[in-house]
Design a protein around this ligand. Structure first.
Ligand code: FFI
Ligand code: FAD
Length: 663
């Protein structure tokens, strides 16, 4: 029997100004792609082999085991079903894994991409098939107990022995032990080991090496290898992040991944075109995190928005029925800016991926000129999107009141699994500083009359003319983009001036950089925000957009820009580019936009097209039948398996009896 839809949600859907299907098609790149997405999702969600008890009711060991079993089934079925394209795999795996990963995720996301990106053709012949077949399972072992951020400072060594033509691998100190790699604790039998290369006592920096860590027969650690799980974490329970130490482990010379740099049998070192090519896998994952963050934020906003239409609380007017909590403007102010941000990062994530694809094909053809722009853009956008998603997901949880704190909402698990995106693959301040480094270099080039291209083109010949006194329409997307561009250019310029003045005051470059780093981070943030606002606005100029959806998407874009502007108003006011009256106008527009978006809120989250199985949230159910399912879910909790829990007999009963006896 089809359950009846909650009447409030039904009404919301009837009153929307547009057909959400049109936006779904826009978000996923067309009708055909949406059709395929739904086919694959339904295949996964209706497959009985993937069904299991709620992970939230399990111990960590059980979660690991369940998700490993599921991961294995998933890769087997994808092969059988010939689900081969990256897009199809993403649709299918998202439905199987929901907001979790599986213990072999880093194999797929980093180990294989490292082989594709860093191995020679010969090495690919040797390992790729094995890795693609999951005959070997690997991870990306870079971070150590003592160093994660400072890759150049890693202590693991790979010392070349020309006599035997082998590398000797060692973690010479406690702090050199590898720590964190996903799937290394219990699952992987191989790693790509990032280690300092030494030849004849000379260091050549960090390079990738293929290393077998466990027997392919009985999975026991190989001689010289100590490996295990690092223990429970804030989230990510299903993943066996691991530690690894190495004691004089020898591997053949051919195990260094040598696409870009080489060690000849006699120990001659052949330099790569750029030492940063060894960081390629990190750049790829960072680019992916922009979209990943947009999608996670979209899930959280879907849950909180639907629930806010089902939830009724308090009296807005004495004696009147309790309103849907989404009718409180403060609730709209909690959610709508993140609804807009989810759209912004979703679309920017797509742009980032297409920049990545184009640039990486140029790099593989030997053109490394695109590397600095790709690195700076992906670092800044990864940092911005993941930190915004963190704040937004938490705000969505808070917007669900008490029920948001329950695992039934899906929000705690979504948050704890997604929040590492801010730290892993480059801590967010560290990455912002990388973007700032590129901005400083570009800005100085522009001062010397060089014409800049790509994301920093706007820094060329920038004229910082204060525009106070000018009347402007704060809803005009062109004017909003101009304001963000002006702010970014000004802050970049001021950070450069600050850096210069620190150096003129006697500091060396490194101390001056540290002293200016708050301003530098701010410059990178302003630059990345400008990129997002501009990208969002540009995507709306697509002539294929139907007018009904173009109107509502324009409102979201305006809200995204205006909210960013109002929350950073000091930046726009500081040099008089905007006036107090512009900011007041912006605030009024935000209120008006929220009122206009209110009737479309549910349709806008429906358009993300997350089926219930993927949202995995009782509060966010499509049919809105929240309370009945909350109760059913609670009844399934392991503590409710018996009316009287065994601990009553063990502890409570004797305690009560002893107390009674004392009366
Ligand atoms: C967990 C959930 C997350 C969700 C993930 C979502 C994924 C999305 C997909 C969705 C599915 C989910 C599946 C989950 C499975 C995957 C799980 C992944 C798990 C995470 C794996 C990892 O966590 S894995 C380790 C990553 N660990 C770092 O991330 C270290 C940061 N640390 C550095 O990355 C360097 O340490 C740092 C700072 C650059 C300095 O590097 P350095 O010291 O060598 O360089 P300097 O600063 O001296 O800079 C010298 C010059 O190099 C330039 N440059 C530097 N880097 C460059 C580069 N990459 N490309 C070009 N140029 C570069 C720079 O711009 C300068 O250029 P210039 O001289 O011209 O100014
Ligand atoms: C869930 C999860 C999964 C992971 N998976 C993997 C994996 O599969 N493989 C792998 O190799 N690693 C993995 N990592 C490790 C991850 O990449 C690192 O933790 C991350 O790069 C941050 O480095 P760190 O831990 O050294 O932080 P730290 O650098 O110690 O950061 C601590 C503080 O110092 C500040 N700081 C550090 N350097 C600077 C600087 N230069 N300027 C200003 N501030 C600075 C940071 O901003 C931060 O506030 C994973 C981590 C997590 C949490």
């Amino acid at each position: 029997m089809v359950a009846k839809m909650n009447p409030d949600l039904k009404k919301e859907r009837e009153n929307a100004s547009f057909d959400p299907e049109k936006i779904t098609n826009f978000l996923y790149g067309g009708q055909e792609s949406v059709k395929r997405k739904r086919e694959l999702e339904s295949l996964a969600l209706n497959d009985p082999d993937y069904q299991h008890e709620d992970l939230n009711f399990m111990s960590r060991e059980q979660q690991y085991e369940t998700q490993l079993k599921k991961g294995i089934l998933m890769v087997t079925k994808m092969k059988e079903l010939k689900i081969t394209s990256a897009q199809d795999q993403l649709f299918y795996t998202s439905a199987v894994l929901v907001s979790d990963v599986h213990p072999m995720s880093v194999h797929t996301r980093m180990f294989l991409p490292t082989l594709y990106g860093q191995a020679t053709e010969q090495q690919k012949d040797k390992w790729l098939k094995l890795a693609e077949n999951y005959t070997i399972i690997g991870t990306y072992a870079q971070t150590e107990i003592g160093h994660g951020t400072f890759v150049r400072g890693l202590e693991t060594t790979a010392t070349y022995d020309p006599k035997t033509q082998e590398f000797i691998l060692n973690t010479p100190t406690l702090s050199a032990s590898k720590w964190w790699p996903g799937g290394m604790g219990k699952t992987s039998n191989y790693v790509v080991l990032m280690a300092q290369l030494y030849i004849y006592g000379k260091s050549y920096g960090i390079h990738p090496f293929m290393l077998q860590i466990r027997s392919l027969e009985d999975h026991k650690p190989l001689p010289g290898v100590t490996v295990g799980d690092i223990g429970p974490k804030f989230g990510y329970d299903v993943m066996d992040n691991g530690f690894l130490s190495l004691n004089n482990v020898r591997i053949p010379r051919e195990n260094m991944l040598m696409k870009y740099s080489r060690v000849e049998p006699d120990g001659t070192y052949v330099r790569p075109p750029s030492t940063k090519l060894a960081y390629g896998t990190m750049v790829q994952v960072r680019a992916g995190i922009v979209m990943f963050s947009g999608m996670n934020l979209a899930k959280a906003v879907t849950i909180a928005t639907r629930y806010s239409c089902v939830r009724r609380q308090s009296e807005m007017k004495p004696g009147h029925p309790e309103p849907q909590v989404l009718d409180y403007v403060t609730q709209q102010y909690k959610l709508f800016p993140y609804l807009a941000a989810a759209y912004a990062f979703w679309l920017t994530g797509q742009t980032m991926m297409s920049v990545y694809t184009t640039s990486s094909s140029q790099i593989s053809k030997g053109d490394i000129s695109v590397l600095p722009e790709l690195h700076a853009l992906s670092a800044g956008l990864k940092a911005l999107s993941s930190s915004m998603a963190n704040v937004g997901m938490e705000e969505c949880r808070l917007a669900c009141g008490g029920h948001g704190y329950s695992h039934a909402s899906g929000l705690p698990r979504l948050y704890t699994n997604a929040t590492p995106a801010s730290t892993a693959e480059g801590e967010h301040v560290v990455l912002m500083l990388q973007t700032a480094r590129y901005l400083m270099k570009s800005y100085n080039q522009s001062l010397q009359g060089e014409k800049l291209a790509g994301s920093v083109a706007y820094l060329s010949g920038v004229q910082l003319v204060p525009a106070a006194g000018r009347t402007r329409n704060m809803l005009d997307l062109g004017a909003l983009c101009d304001a963000f561009r002006h702010r970014a250019a000004r802050i970049v310029g001021e950070a450069a001036a600050q850096l210069r003045s620190e150096m003129q005051g006697g500091k060396d470059q490194a101390d001056a950089w540290n002293a200016s780093s708050v301003d530098l981070t701010k410059a990178a943030m302003a630059h990345s925000q400008y990129f997002v606002v501009k990208t969002f606005a540009e995507r709306l100029t697509d002539s294929r957009l139907d007018s009904s959806i173009s109107a509502v998407l324009t409102r979201l874009c305006q809200l995204h820009a205006l909210h960013g502007l109002v929350t950073n108003s000091g930046d726009f006011l500081e040099d008089g580019y905007l006036t107090g009256s512009d900011i007041r106008q912006a605030r009024r527009h935000i209120n008006a936009l929220m009122a206009k978006l209110r009737p479309d809120a549910v349709a806008l989250v429906d358009a993300f097209d997350f089926p219930d199985g993927i949202l995995n949230s009782i509060l966010g159910r499509y049919d809105g039948n929240v309370y009945q399912h909350l109760l059913e879910w609670a009844k399934a909790s392991p503590l409710n398996k018996t009316d009287v829990h065994q601990s009553y007999h063990k502890y409570l009963k004797p305690f009560l009896e002893a107390n009674r006896a004392k009366l």
